[in-house]
Write a protein that binds this ligand. Structure first.
Ligand code: NOJ
Length: 672
């Protein structure tokens, strides 16, 4: 039975009035209860070498892997629907690709696919309203947001002083990057004490006040939950090293090695092997990230219990939820098998197939949800690198009770590129990605909408570095993000059209990933080339001080900032943009306000017009009573309009005068 055959009549899939929701929900629950367990989860048989391409595509992991592969090869999904291709048994594919891929690649693939025995059920039951579907989130990277005491480092009091600014912008919820006690090898993503605040950021009293002030303004606050790993300075790890007989040794992933090399070939995301050697134990411990971020052993029940307790502790303080750092990495395959060579070469990291969607992932997510999140009705958004749409459905569908949302990253680079490539991002790909998710993610799942965070260069710089287009492009990106279906997450500075920084030399770099990569690259290339490559993808672009004014250090600190900024703040800053009606900041404000007043932009249906037309992205958002039309030019050329929006009322545009054709990066919102 395919999803399509299961769809209710079209009228039932339209936007649903909140007052009818309970009836619809009851009906949906009734329908669900009539299904057998098998039809609900669509359990599937194990795949093997006789399985056909179509069977692999029907598997959620297989689907996402093949989908990505097609994108990389610039091929359409239609290829898989071709009767000859879809009926090819895997063994034939193995024979055909024997020279390039090798059978062990397919063994690994099959093992990975067989981890997932369930299939998402795309229930078109109407969208259930939730506060987190209606809000606009704003991510704060505390170190760079606002410094209150002149030590050059942003802090909690600094954040408190800017809450009115955020409220005015229209922000309803804040995601705080980590503020816990940390030696800062990875700026707080290496936690030493989950129950304490980082000294540089303030005290627990400051935090309590921050939470209160956020709530007083009717906003919500979510924290960062970093539990794939702890700092090597965390007492658990310290105890594990000092006292190998203690229970804490089992909290981490220690292994002996047969020789002088690490126990397997896994590599770290921050360069080099993913293992540290501990002489005192003659054992190695796993770290997927920096050498000071030690992976926890989630298969140990005590670890999970301690984490649940910690989550409950913060939630009982009144925190509204968490963003869960690399949460799809927590379950590693038993025995930590060697990474496949082909996968390693393709991905740039070895071992990833053994943990990016591990065997117990669903079990552990369900467990923390029921034990820690559910009693507080807390919200969760998981950071899930590498996870595509079908896997996201299994992680977020409301009937599965795992996560509420995920951050999937497939849209952050145009296929065929990685973050450290210097290339121009093609917005046509972004359009394709969004249309795919808008149309297929289903009512049981809800999407996060974002282009930026503390781990990525600025989107404007990725698309077009020409300063002439900075303003219209910034507004175009805002238009798309704030008129699609999903929850927008704005990263600090995005609302003033921030771009990448003109770092002068490698000594300006602060991020552990950039520094390690630079060291690795200068072994093979000139310092100049190495620096250029690092600059293309460095996370530091997003981490420079928030540009508040044209005063010293962009108004961020009275002291010496922990990371340099460039001259840009003299022209591009909050103060200036607050005064200028036509600024990017005011565009964000108006859009956010409008979105809040018109639920059709939140829960309304989505229909793309003339999808295939290059450089043009146009769509309707339809609610019960209202209908909106958005037209965007995704290029720096002038293009013809798709539909003449005659009779439509223009609500907002990034150009002040009307024109016959769509000008570079033009974006218009109409009421139909
Ligand atoms: C993802 C975070 O966003 C990133 O900043 C961090 O370095 C890694 N996870 C490791 O915690």
């Amino acid at each position: 039975m395919s999803d399509k055959e299961n769809l209710p009549a079209k009228e039932h899939r339209e936007y649903i009035k909140p007052e009818n929701l309970s009836t619809i929900k009851e009906r949906a629950e009734e329908l669900v209860s009539q299904m057998t367990e098998d039809s609900f989860y669509m359990k599937q048989n194990k795949l093997n070498y006789n399985s056909k391409i179509k069977d692999i595509y029907a598997n959620p992991i297989g689907h996402d892997v093949l989908y990505k592969l097609l994108l990389q090869l610039n091929k359409s999904e239609k290829l898989i629907r071709n009767p000859i291709i879809k009926n090819l048994p895997l063994k034939t594919v193995v024979a055909l690709t024997k020279k390039s891929l090798g059978k062990d690649f397919f063994d690994v693939l099959l093992e990975l696919l067989n981890i997932e025995s369930e299939h998402p059920y795309t229930l078109q039951k109407g969208i259930e309203p939730k506060w987190w579907k209606e809000v606009v989130f704003y991510q704060i990277y505390p170190r760079s947001f606002m410094d209150s005491n002149g030590d050059g480092i942003g802090d909690l009091k600094g954040i408190i002083s800017k809450l009115d600014y955020l409220k005015e912008l229209g922000v309803d919820a804040i995601w705080l990057s980590p503020i816990y006690d940390s030696p800062n090898d990875d700026n707080g993503y290496d936690i030493r004490d989950y129950y304490a605040i980082m000294g540089e950021f303030g005290t627990m009293e400051d935090f309590d006040r921050l939470l209160e002030e956020v709530h007083n303004r009717g906003m919500k606050l979510i924290m960062d939950l970093v539990v794939n790993h702890t700092s090597d300075e965390h007492p658990w790890f310290q105890e594990a090293i000092k006292n190998p007989g203690s229970k804490y040794k089992e909290y981490y992933l220690f292994q002996k090695s047969k020789d002088k090399n690490p126990p397997n070939n896994w590599t770290s995301f921050f360069s080099g092997p993913a293992w540290n050697y501990y002489k005192e134990l003659d054992e190695w411990a796993l770290h997927l990230f920096s050498k000071k971020q030690m992976d926890l052993n989630w298969d140990n029940e005590n670890v999970r219990k301690d984490i649940q307790q910690m989550i409950s502790w913060w939630l009982s303080k009144g925190v509204d939820g968490f963003r869960l750092d690399v949460i799809n990495y927590i379950s590693k395959r038993e025995g930590l098998p060697w990474g496949n060579k082909t996968v390693g070469e393709l991905m740039g990291y070895y071992g990833i197939e053994n943990y990016y969607y591990g065997p117990n992932l669903h079990k552990y997510l369900k467990e923390i949800r029921s034990e820690a999140f559910e009693p507080f009705k807390a919200f969760s958004v998981g950071e899930t690198p590498g996870v595509g749409m079908e896997m996201s459905k299994l992680l977020t569908a409301d009937y599965r009770q795992e996560l509420d949302m995920v951050f999937s990253f497939d849209h952050l680079e145009t296929p065929g590129h990685v973050r450290f490539n210097d290339y121009e991002y093609d917005l046509n790909y972004l359009k394709e990605y969004f249309i795919h998710w808008m149309e297929d993610y289903g009512d049981a799942c809800w999407m996060s909408l974002f282009y930026e965070n503390h781990d990525n260069p600025r989107m404007i710089s990725k698309v077009n570095k020409n300063p002439a287009y900075r303003k219209p492009l910034a507004k175009l990106l805002a238009m798309i993000q704030l008129t699609l279906k999903g929850t927008p997450f704005i990263f600090q500075g995005q609302e003033i059209g921030s771009v990448n920084k003109a770092f002068q030399s490698a000594t300006d770099l602060r991020d552990v990933e950039s520094i390690n990569l630079y060291k690795e690259l200068i072994e093979k290339s000139s310092a100049e080339d190495a620096f250029r490559e690092v600059l293309s993808g460095s996370r530091d672009h997003a981490r420079t001080p928030m540009q508040w004014s044209d005063k010293k250090n962009a108004g961020f600190t009275e002291g010496i900032p922990w990371i340099v900024t460039d001259e840009d703040y003299k022209q591009w800053n909050v103060e200036k943009q607050l005064e200028n009606e036509d600024s990017v900041l005011n565009f964000y404000r108006q859009l956010i306000q409008f979105r809040k007043e018109h639920k059709a932009l939140i829960y309304g249906s989505f229909e793309a017009v003339n999808k295939k037309r290059k450089d043009s992205f146009t769509y309707y958002r339809r609610g019960e009573k209202e209908e909106f039309y958005v037209e965007c030019n995704l290029s720096s050329n002038t293009i013809k309009r798709n539909t003449l929006a005659s009779g439509y009322e223009l609500i907002l545009s990034n150009y002040s005068e009307p024109a016959k054709d769509l000008r570079p990066y033009e974006a218009n919102l109409y009421k139909v």
